[in-house]
Write a protein that binds this ligand. Sequence first.
Ligand SMILES: [Zn+2]
Length: 496
Amino acid sequence: MKRKGSVTVLVTCASLIIWFGTMLAANCGAQLAGSVPAIGNQPGVQTTGPLGDTSALAREATTWLSDLIKINTNNPPGNEEAAAKYIAGVLQKEGITAELLPMTPGRSALVARLKSSAFADPSKALLLVAHLDVVGVEREKWTVDPFGAVPKDGYIYGRGAVDDKGMLAANLASFIALKRANARLNRDVIFLATDSEEGGGDAGIRMLIAKYWDKIAAKYAINEGGNVYVKNGKPQYVAVQASEKVAVSVNVIAKGTAGHASIPLKDNPVTHLAAAVEKIGSYTAPAHLTTIVRRYFEGIAPLQDDEVGKWVRSLETSDRGEHAVRVISDANPMWNAMMRDTISPTMLSAGVRANVIPSEARAVLNIRLLPGDTITALLTDLNKLVQDPQVKLEIQPDAGLAAPDSSLESEFYAAISKAAAEEFAGAPVLPYQSTWATDSAQLRLHNVQSYGLVPFPLTEEDIKRMHGDDERIPAAAFAKGVDYLVRLLGEFAASH
Ligand SMILES: [Zn+2]
């Protein structure tokens, strides 16, 4: 692949790079260890951004990624402190003092800062965010040890390889690259590893912000949440998450009269619950496009085949819009979820014995609201639909909060787009509203312009393994992601 605007430079001790007047005395010992010649622009081979060749750094970062996978931070219980301490050790070797931020016993976040001046200036600072915890595994369904960081067929296997230890290690690498380059910074760069992204609660980002805001306050952030989508062997587009749907869980509670199962009762709560869940589960909320989703569809339309592309372009037309929404919703469940509030019934419970009619039956709905929609409005619609005085809907505590979108006009969004265009030539950069929730919502609520990346070019097949079995990351994609983040930081945080 051909890449615009990049010059291939091989970093050696003899060739200190003069870059926009800033002399970057790279840490030659580390850079040269295992350094290989750049061999053009083949897939997986690094192009050279402002901070030089990242091949050797990517190999080091692969070791950090493997070590982090081997530290089991399955949440619950999380035990993130062990991983935080490991990162503190890596940073210490670079002469960077990190600070552990205790959350609950055994759970600490970690923060470290590269300063641009004697005084911290949050109004310019850039925060690099990734989470330390991972979701659980069904061990018997894995073909390798999920905490073994097994290298196989060009991949590194392990829970967290993509979500989110890959980004954690890549953030760490780009942070260290800035330090090694001794670059003059135009803003503070803050590395943050968070706890309990997957579980929330007392160790999660909400509490972290409440306790330690002064240590992490920033104008901009990068986090997980987007993707570099690969199809037919090359990146199709780079999706930059600037908004996310809002997660709310709702209990469905049916009550009735308990009794002997040999005498059926009309108010049996199991029957009432089942009927309510059936109605709710087949309900489709009305579609509407938020600004970011509209921009996303505009961007992907040219990448589709003629038929799908035609319907994507018709989404908001007055005559064919309704039909287009149906076609597009059917074509891809994620597109459906991007256009409307969605409801997934996820849990059911009732009964204590086979021959006892229980007095209560319960279900849980996991609801994802479009930003701007309210749960009360949706529950009003669902209550009308269910129309059963025996059934009540009750919002669970700890619901997500709607956050304002991150700006698509900011200098940082422009920098992300520029670096992506250089790194993944030919792939358009699209704003993205994720159906899943990330730590960015809390940051956006605190006026941080937070953007979701996941900088690794991944296929649908590899993306689907997040939270699934045999999660893995292609080693070449990891290296590419490291290169992208190093380039982005070099362009955005170092003085030109
Ligand atoms: Zn994650």
